[in-house]
Structure formats: C-alpha cells, structure tokens
Design a protein around this ligand. Sequence first.
Ligand code: ADP
Ligand code: MG
Length: 397
Amino acid sequence: MFKTLDDIEINGSRVLVRGDLNVPMRDGKVSDATRIERLAPTLRELSDNGARVIVMSHFGRPKGKVVEAMSLRAVVAPLSEAVGGRQVSFADDCVGEVAKQAAAALKPGDLLLLENLRFHAGEEANDGEFAAELASLGEIYVNDAFSAVHRAHASTEAITRFLPAVAGRSLQAECAALSSALETPARPVMAIVGGAKVSTKLEVLGNLTPRVDQLVIAGAMANTFLQARGCQVGASLVEPALVDEAGSILERAGQVGCTINLPLDATVATAIESDIETREVGIDQVPDDCMILDIGPRTISQLTALLATCSTLLWNGPLGVFEAPPFDRGTVAIAGHAAALTEAGELMSLAGGGDTVAALRHAGVLDRLSYVSTAGGAFLEWLEGKSLPGLVALEPK
Ligand code: ADP
Ligand code: MG
C-alpha cells in the first residue's frame, strides 16, 4: 500500500504534484472542469500547510514536440479559480532553466503550473534523465492523477526513483472506492457490463466473473452472448468471431458461482434514429430486420428487483444506445434506481468508463452514486485486474 499526504512533513518543502489537467476544451476554453476540481483539494491542502506547490500534467498528444495549441497556459485561470482564487504562476517549460527559476521563486503556499510534460519525448519514454530533471525541481513527489497510473511515464513512474513518493487525496479516494467495490465489497455484488463490443471487454468479464455474484451483460455486447445461447438477434450488432468465447465465459461463470443475467426483452428498431418506430419484444422474438437498441421493460423490472437485493454495484458500459433517446430508457431507469438505493444507504455504487460517465451525466446521477471514476483507460485496466505501474511505483521500495 502507498503512503499519503498524512505521512509527510511539509515545512516549506517544494512538492511536485502530478495531476491530470488533460481537460476537454472548446474554443480555447475549458468545457468540463471535473479533473481540475478533483485535483484542487490536494493543492489547497499542500498550499495551506506551507508547501511550495509545483503542478505538472500532460495535455493532449503533442508527441514530444512543442505544440502551442496544447499549452497548459489555458488551464492557469481555471486552476486558480478551483483553488479558491489563489494565484497560480506558470513556467513555459517543465524542465530546464525556466522551470528551475520559476520553482526557486516560490514562497511557502505558492502554486506553480509547469508547461505540458509531453512537449518532451522523455515523458512518454519513461526516460530516467528527464525524470531526474523533473525531480530536481522538488523534494517530495505526490501523484494525484489516477487516470494516468496505467502508464509508466517519467512523471508517473521513473520520477519515484528520485524522490519520496506519496498519493494525493484524489488518488487516495479513488483507490479506496475501487478497493471497497472489488477487493473487500459488501455482498452480494452486482456488476453491470454494457457498451458496444465484447472484444474490448473480454478481460473485464474474465476478471469480474470470479469476483462478483451477479453479472449483468447488456448493451450491444449482450447480442454476442445471446447468440451463443442460441437466440436470433436479427440485424443487431454481433461479433461472430467471439460467439464461442462468449459461450465459454457463460460456462466458466457457472462454475465459479457467478450468475449471468442477459436481457429478457429488448427495445428494437430498424435504424438508430430518434423518431423511428420502436417495438418491445421478447429476446427470442427479434425480427430479422430489427436491431436490439436497448433493454426492454421486463429486463428493467428484473434488474431493478435484483439490484435491490445487492449491496455493491460496479458498472461499466451503457445498457443501450443512450445517445439516441428513446434508447436511453434502460440506462436512465437503472441509473435512477442505483442512485436512489445509494442515497438510502443500501448500496455502494461505483461506475466508470468514458461513455458510461456521459450516460450517467445524461441520466442526472453523476453526483448521486457513491463514486464515479472519470479515469477512462486506468479504470478499465483496473477492472481487468491489471497491475497499474503508477500505483506500483508509489509502493515503498
Ligand atoms: P465505456 O466508454 O463506458 O467503456 P463503451 O465504449 O464500451 O463504454 O460503450 C458505449 C457505447 O455502446 C455507446 O456509444 C452506446 O451507444 C453503445 N451501445 C450500447 N448499447 C448498444 C446497442 N444495443 N447497440 C449498439 N450500440 C450500443
Ligand atoms: Mg467508450
């Protein structure tokens, strides 16, 4: 297990904080500040305790070159706002003289943001010399970017060879939420795995089946499983090459005491269009010219009842084409029930994934579940049971 901010003495130290300020932008402005807000508590705490705070992050994919459009300068103002209006200075480079002077000028409590780490090829190459240069700016290293821990990069891995390393508050909270959902969960545990493709979730399914009591497979990926069970799925999206694999996942789940729940019925249509005629059919009655685009009302009732008997929910992947109502109905309904059970103190609910976060926002439950991970790739790799290099690097050596 890693150390946290509770385990370090600050006393005016220079503290290098790896954040994730890779925020979505529109017309040069930050369009979603969630990641900035998640980093703010660690920065405020360090600043309040007299640290000289040096923040570093990647932004976009400049591939080792300076790309003006990917400058982190655009994040200075929103970052300053997120830390309660404290001033944030900016260094035009994350290493070299510019960075050294900016770091040296800091007084206790001051905050400095360094330019995009990925302007240097050494970052993604996990280069030791580049990491040593970064490390020379500070005395303590704090990683507060869970969304970057699946990558062994200079600022997440190599740097820990040079400085005492601890986890920031946001990383700490995310790890605590994840471990209470999968390592030491209150049982029974329900996992929902939805989304578009079985091929992208094979490892997730393989890791979850021995660990959860109820596994709900929905979204387009359920179609391949339905076919493995001998159902005709009409014109639905299927991955024919994975039908056999789906069959063996179903079989193995049975052997480890995991109940797999496939849809009982579906909302179908001939195209993904909002004003198209839709039908609700039993799962073995999908017309040849129709696609399964959402779970149907019987499945919603079944899952609602099942969820009420569970103590933990782990959710990745929308249950239907939520981007095109009315095919958002299943996702919105289950999200609402999960939120209500969570608020009643009956359920610990954890969800994550790029489209899943968008779907939960659409359903209006983003703040009503126990924890929503915005970590994307890192969250999925954690669900796959992989060891995450940025977390391993924080463990005492
Ligand atoms: P995440 O990004 O949360 O891991 P995925 O990328 O696996 O989720 O899947 C999200 C996509 O799956 C959404 O764009 C959604 O429209 C699609 N999807 C869900 N159900 C269906 C379905 N029945 N048919 C086609 N696409 C679907
Ligand atoms: Mg996705």
